[in-house]
Design a protein around this ligand. Structure first.
Ligand code: C2E
Ligand code: MG
Ligand code: MG
Ligand code: MG
Length: 283
């Protein structure tokens, strides 16, 4: 039975199960319970220096241990939580948990990396978001340099002027902001001029075909060059092979993230991870 359960779980996680409207309603209801009963966990995926493979920071990625479905992907439940507004309490939990986990890392580990947390547009534009972040840093005593926020271009939809002003304030608080899934939204490039961000994260879709598609490679090269002229750091997401790593080093990409280096993992595994990735195979 455990084996069958395991297989179903995997399928669910991979999003291979067709989801009906009623499943949505059920999940929505289950999210309520999940928030109450602490069924969430943060996994962490390293982001490494492109050339050396040295861990530079980690991204917090939420996981839901569903009592019946097993591990449910955030790709499934985050969009539901955004529709229902449940992303507000969930997002608050994620931020707080990431700060607490970072405190554990700092207590147990000589190495300290900044933690990047994904922020939904709804969460970002809600009144009191900045106050909440400030309060959290106060409560936990966390140096603001250790917290990074990842947001997609969709934050501009909720009011570009407001987004620019808020990011300016975050910058004033010494919190770094990265644009996630860069290049996949519908915003014009001109927003980059006005947004005081630190980083862009190239979406996985650009990295997948980087060795085989000339036009795609040219686009990636152009983005990296442009970003560097704007003093922005560039992260490539979804690096799965040595060849992709080498190509991105040649193109001067700063940081890399992907299964080639490490998959998202629980906090304990992160603590046991070696400095350099991918980990050398055992002799
Ligand atoms: P994202 O922020 O773009 O996160 C990167 C996603 O790419 C993660 O999926 C990660 O597991 C996956 N990934 C990393 N390297 C590779 C690779 O080499 N190959 C492939 N195929 N995939 C790779 P995950 O954890 O399933 O999260 C999906 C999305 O859910 C995230 O995309 C983010 O948009 C959202 N999300 C996750 N956690 C949170 C959260 O705490 N709050 C909010 N608002 N959104 C979250
Ligand atoms: Mg992200
Ligand atoms: Mg991303
Ligand atoms: Mg993505």
């Amino acid at each position: 039975a455990a084996k069958r359960q395991g297989r179903n779980t995997w399928q669910w996680y991979r999003g291979e199960v067709r989801r009906s409207v009623s499943e949505h309603v059920l999940l929505r209801h289950d999210l309520q319970t999940a928030l109450r009963e602490n069924q969430f966990e943060l996994y962490y995926q390293p982001i490494v220096d492109a050339a050396s493979g040295q861990i530079y920071s980690v991204e917090a990625l939420v996981r839901w241990h569903h009592p019946r479905h097993g591990l449910v992907s955030p790709g499934i439940f985050i969009p539901i939580a955004e529709k229902t507004g449940q992303i507000i309490p969930l997002g608050r939990w994620v931020l707080r948990q990431a700060c607490q986990d970072l405190a554990v890392l700092r207590a147990n580990d000589a190495r300290i990396f900044p933690v990047a947390v994904n922020i939904s547009s709804l969460q970002f534009h809600r009144d009191g978001f900045l106050t909440e972040v400030r309060q959290l840093l106060d409560d936990t005593g966390l140096p603001p340099e250790l917290l990074e926020l990842e947001m997609t271009e969709s934050i501009l939809m909720g009011g570009a002027a407001e987004a620019i002003e808020m990011i300016r304030m975050l910058r004033g608080m010494r919190i770094a902001v990265a644009i996630d899934d860069f290049g996949t939204g519908y915003s014009s490039l001109s927003y980059l001029r006005d947004l005081p961000i630190h980083k862009i994260k190239l979406d996985r879709a650009f990295i997948r075909d980087i060795l085989t598609d000339q036009r795609n490679a040219a686009l990636v090269q152009g983005i990296i060059t442009m970003a560097h002229h704007m003093d922005l750091t560039v992260v490539a997401e979804g690096v799965e092979t040595l060849e992709q790593q080498q190509d991105l080093i040649d193109r001067n990409c700063d940081l890399l993230q992907g299964f080639y280096f490490a998959r998202p993992m629980p906090l304990e595994d992160l603590q046991a991870l070696p400095d350099l990735l991918p980990a050398a195979p055992l002799p």
